[in-house]
Design a protein around this ligand. Sequence first.
Ligand SMILES: [Zn+2]
Length: 307
Amino acid sequence: MESARDRYTREMVEGEDLWMLPQVDKYGYECGGCGIPVFPASYDQANLQRPHFKKQQNTPHKDGCNIDGDEKTVARGKKGSVRNELETSPDLSPSRLVLIDERPAVDPERKPSSEQTSTVRDTKRSDDEGLVRPKGRRAANSIRPICRAFIRFPFDRTMSLDVPGVEDKTYLQAFKKLGGKGVDLFSRARIFYAELAWAKPQEDGDFLVIPLSAGEWCDEKRWVKQYRVRVDRSKWSKHKRTKVSNELEVARLEGIDAKKTDSKLRPYVFFVAEQDSAEPEFFNISDHRLICAVVGTISYPDFKSGK
Ligand SMILES: [Zn+2]
């Protein structure tokens, strides 16, 4: 499983977020659909394998858990619209991005309590009714689940999406691919994306400069001008820095492997940013929740005719 619910804060946590924690609480997570315990795996910062969550083999998901159904929806979503399912699945296609204050320091001894609140907490618990499945689409706390939905559901990109700072309010319009025919000027912030270049990101003091496989190409040999994301990490903890570096490195290596094996998977970097006004090949960001690397295949069907 790519994500799970933090038992204490009640937030949905992405596997990659575990890279950021100084200590991972092995018993602190549960299935976002039914609440059975799930356990973090591959989360060590030195371990360049995508972190995820596993349930115990002999513990099935509870009746009514949407996790297995979600997988079927994802599979069908590649071939056609699954809008009805997405409208009622909390996690598959987030409706908005909500940046909440950085994860509060949580006392691990504290029991989950119904008084704890969170802006993204939609699941209601009731001792009488068991787990009430949330109706409707949930908010995401970082852009990663939103970018995954963009990749996974090409026929449903007209669904609404509210990302602070981005004027365009559908998946289709909010996302913008950076091309390879020169450096364009963009008048407003979008969720920009491009393939990650094979070259490693460069560390430059507090800055991390990530080269993208987009910009102005010359003689099919080299970039004359290459788009780059410049990440200001001056306010970041060591763990936050390692998390973002790991995420990029895992995607970069998976991307190189994919090319070698003729797979159609590509390593994409997504980021919400404004273009640098003086150096338009640069995009500046400083919030780690506004950048992510996702390996996938992006298709562009003619969504209106459903083809
Ligand atoms: Zn479950």
